[in-house]
Ligand binder design. Structure first.
Ligand code: G6P
Length: 368
């Protein structure tokens, strides 16, 4: 596979635009006849999945955010309890391991020191089995796990992870379906989820069309020093990921909050110098999010709302709405990640930072 930048200025933007293909490749051969093929996780997977009662996910950085999305899906769709933790914490504490817990690591590189150490710790405890979701087949993480699903994102060079994250979300959704079909998930629900996954590359290509709009909006951020990202429910981890992207490459301080927590602190920070970015697809929590955003506007904050085109958000002096093509709720976290990646990219380019090699950061943290 060629890893030059082609016609792109940076690896990061190339990798953002590669997502329709990366998502398609990650799904390839892993579904059939509207169902997932659970042997994609390994020949032993069906027998192991039969016994799973809980899931413990461990990862770092962007991969940790993917795990946080999966917790919402696992508990909601599959009825399987799930804990998610950053590897550097997990490895040094003494967690209670309940019977029949599947230990899942997520990693782009498969060589992050803390994630590997957490896996090693886990193997000393009574986990049912270990499973890794990883972009590098020939990596220590995959080698040391009982089961694995390789994301097919292709080589990711930009330090800020993009296509690895969205493909991890696909892999996690396959895992959620595999566990869910043994419990509360109906065959109809599985068919609906798989059909939405199949449509994902097309929705992804559509949302990439927002590139020029986001380029214009990015000019508003160049002189800012702080920003606040908001999301609710499964979009909260997407807000975390959006904030991480901005921090990593544009060096703007960014925090992410579940919007319901606004009044418990961050609202005190809101003024006209603090852009507030909200992710607002359609769904049950939309009305609640709208009232949270009114609280921000009432305090003079400038809002940038990435909203479902049908959600009824309107531009005004304080609110800039970036309409995102309507998409099924089950794939919305993947779709809404993409405009936030583009925003971080354009802000960083405007600021003239080293987009692909941001200061002080490494692509893989292989030492503690
Ligand atoms: C570094 C990278 C991040 C990545 C994290 C975890 O911090 O800069 O982009 O998310 O490591 O890496 P992994 O390879 O385990 O996903």
């Amino acid at each position: 596979e060629s890893i030059d930048k082609g016609t792109y200025r940076h690896y990061m933007i190339k990798e953002i635009f590669e997502q329709p293909k990366a998502l398609k490749n990650t799904l390839l051969g892993r579904t059939g006849d509207g169902c997932i093929l659970e042997e994609s996780f390994g020949a032993e997977a069906p027998a192991i999945f039969d016994q799973v009662k809980q899931v413990q996910i461990v990862a770092c950085g962007t991969s940790y955010h993917a795990g946080t999305v999966a917790k919402y899906w696992l508990e909601d769709w599959a009825g399987v309890p799930c804990s998610v933790e950053v590897a550097s914490e997990f490895r040094y504490r003494n967690p209670v391991v309940q019977d029949n817990t599947l230990f899942v690591t997520i990693s782009q590189s498969g060589q992050t020191a803390d994630t590997l150490a957490a896996l090693e710790e886990a193997k000393e405890k009574n986990y049912l089995a270990t499973l890794s979701i990883c972009n590098v087949a020939a990596s220590p993480l995959v080698r040391q796990s009982d089961l694995a699903l390789i994301t097919q994102a292709g080589a990711e060079i930009g330090v800020a992870s993009t296509k690895a994250f969205t493909t991890q979300l696909i892999a996690l959704q396959l895992l959620v379906i595999a566990l869910g079909r043994r419990g509360k998930m109906t065959a109809e629900k599985e068919k609906e989820l798989v059909s939405n996954l199949m449509d994902l590359p097309v929705f992804c290509a559509a949302v990439l069309q927002l590139n020029n709009t986001i380029l214009e909006v990015s000019n508003h951020f160049t002189e800012k020093h702080h920003s606040l990202f908001l999301g609710r429910g499964v979009q909260y981890p997407i807000a975390l990921e959006g904030a991480l992207k901005i921090k990593e490459i544009s060096y703007i301080h960014a925090e992410a909050y579940p919007s319901g927590e606004l009044k418990h602190g961050p609202l005190a920070l809101v003024d006209s110098d603090m852009p507030v970015i909200a992710v607002a697809p359609s769904g049950d929590l939309l009305e609640k999010l709208k009232s949270n955003l009114e609280e921000v506007a009432a305090r003079g904050g400038k809002l940038y709302v990435f909203a479902d085109e049908n959600a009824g958000f309107r531009n005004d002096d304080q609110v800039i709405v970036i309409n995102v093509p309507h998409c099924p709720e089950s794939i919305a976290p993947i779709i809404y990640t993409i405009p936030l990646q583009l925003l971080a990219y354009h802000v960083a380019v405007n600021k003239g930072t080293d987009v692909d090699q941001p200061r002080n950061l490494a692509k893989s943290v292989t030492v503690e």
